[in-house]
Structures are given as C-alpha cells and as structure tokens.
Design a protein around this ligand. Structure first.
Ligand code: PGA
Length: 259
C-alpha cells in the first residue's frame, strides 16, 4: 500500500483525479470501478472539470440498495448520475450499477461478475471506507474472498448513511455489493478517506492485522493500492513521517503527480 497524506481532502482528491485522468488518456477504453458516498464527490467533480474523453470508458459501481429503483433519490444510480455521469460523455450502455430491483438476486450477481469479466476486468477501482472498515458494502466479518452478492447492513452503516435519506428508518437493510474477492481483482485500487470519523478504520486497515473484522485491511494483499488521506483521517497512523518521506522523495518515474 502507498499512503498519501495531504493537507485537505480537496488536495488529495486532485492528486487522485490526476491518476484516473492519466489512465483514461493512456487507455481510452479503461474499465473503472466506482464508489458512492460523500468521499469521492470531489474526485468526481475534478474529473468532470477536466473534460476527459469518456465515450469508450466502461464503469461498474460497487453497490446498490435492494428495493430502491434507479430513479429513487437515495439510490446509488441517482448519486452517480448527479455526481458524475451527467457531467461527462460516458456512453449510457457502458454504465453498470447493480440492479436493486432485480427479482433474482443470485442470478443478477452472477451476471454482474460475468459482465466485469467480459469487459476485461477492472483497471482501476475507486473505494471509500466505512467507519466500520467496510469497502463496498462488505461489512465486518464478510468473507475476504466473497463475490458480488446480497449483504445486510450494520446498524452503524445505516446510521452513517442516513444523511442521504430523510430519516434512518428509510435506509434499506439490504444491498447488493461487489465482493471483497471481486474488488481484489482490480488491477489498481485508489482508496480515499477523509475526516476524523475515518481515522480508526484507516489505522486498522493500513497498520492492523488482516482481518474480516476490518474488511479494508485485506487491501494489504493487493499489489497496487494507493490510499489518499487528509490529515484528520491519518491521525491514528503510527508511521506518518515515513509515509510522508516516501511520497516526498520518490524518483521522478514513480510520482503520482503530473498533469
Ligand atoms: P462516505 O461512505 O464516503 O459517505 O463516508 C464511505 C463508505 O461507506 O464506503
């Protein structure tokens, strides 16, 4: 894992955006795995501002609530439409968000996995992290080799996500999420975490043992994961000076920055 600590979420999101932009320039038919939630909003804003070419890009979202139709304001499809898709020239047929209304959840999940494979696999997966350490909606105790499937949200996640609904009771209990095994197959992973409320989960994910109790800790096994943090989210890490030194003293060829 590479840990990149920046003064603010905006600066960190800008560097992450450069990384994604570089991929889209080098591989116009890139396959992106996308995340929802407050965390990636600035990344998406910055990507939209850059006026990149998205017409050949394929996207797969991590997750969706079971029982919410795409037009529901709390659905992740709506989130993606509002925060990214309507601002870029992505081809609608290339957008994939799990279908929260499917009548055949296992069948749909198998089809989602197949669609990722048919697209050539995910080149770059954007991730947030839950305050309980989840990635996608893989809650603590999720199998570390899980595939796309239905999951039940924890009380903590439903509380955290009530900000996107009128009240907590409106937050669905069930979701369809890519599995941890699915996420680990992405060639490159960019995890973003901002704010004090993520500090504990980040400390466990980056410096703790690999454990299903903190699903994000499995990223320690992934060969190309970059973790972008603001100061607050890095507060409980013990090797901050080392991470900063590594980032500030990279040989030119290894730098994440650039136009
Ligand atoms: P947030 O959610 O970005 O809204 O904090 C992150 C997540 O649950 O993965």
């Amino acid at each position: 894992m590479e840990i990149i600590i920046q003064p603010t979420a905006a600066v960190a999101s800008g560097i992450a955006a450069r990384l994604v932009a570089r991929l889209l320039r080098e591989k116009p038919s890139a396959v992106l795995g996308l995340a929802t939630g407050n965390t990636p909003r600035m990344l998406y804003q910055e990507l939209a501002r850059r006026k990149l070419e998205w017409s050949k890009v394929t996207t797969f979202d991590l997750d969706e609530y079971v029982g919410l139709p795409p037009e529901h304001p709390g659905s992740y499809y709506q989130f993606m439409r509002e925060n990214l898709f309507r601002h870029v020239n992505v081809t609608p047929a290339n957008i994939h968000v799990p279908d929260g209304m499917t009548k055949d959840i296992p069948g749909f999940c198998a089809h989602y996995e197949q669609a990722i494979r048919a697209a050539g696999g995910i080149d770059l997966q954007v991730l947030g992290i839950g305050s309980d350490g989840h990635i996608g909606f893989n809650e603590p105790t999720s199998s570390l080799s899980s595939r796309t499937r239905i999951k039940t949200l924890t009380a903590q996640t439903r509380r955290d996500n009530s900000k996107f609904f009128e009240c907590e009771a409106d937050v669905p209990h069930h979701v369809i999420t890519m599995g941890i095994g699915t996420i680990l197959e992405a060639r490159q992973i960019v995890l973003l975490a901002f704010g004090e409320q993520k500090a504990q989960a980040i400390a466990q994910a980056v410096e703790g043992p690999i454990s299903a109790m903190c699903p994000a800790s499995v990223l320690q096994l992934h060969p190309d994961t970059k973790v972008f943090l603001d100061e607050a989210a890095s507060r409980l890490l013990t090797k901050v000076d080392y991470y900063r030194w590594v980032y500030d003293n990279k040989p030119d060829w290894q730098k994440t920055s650039g136009p």
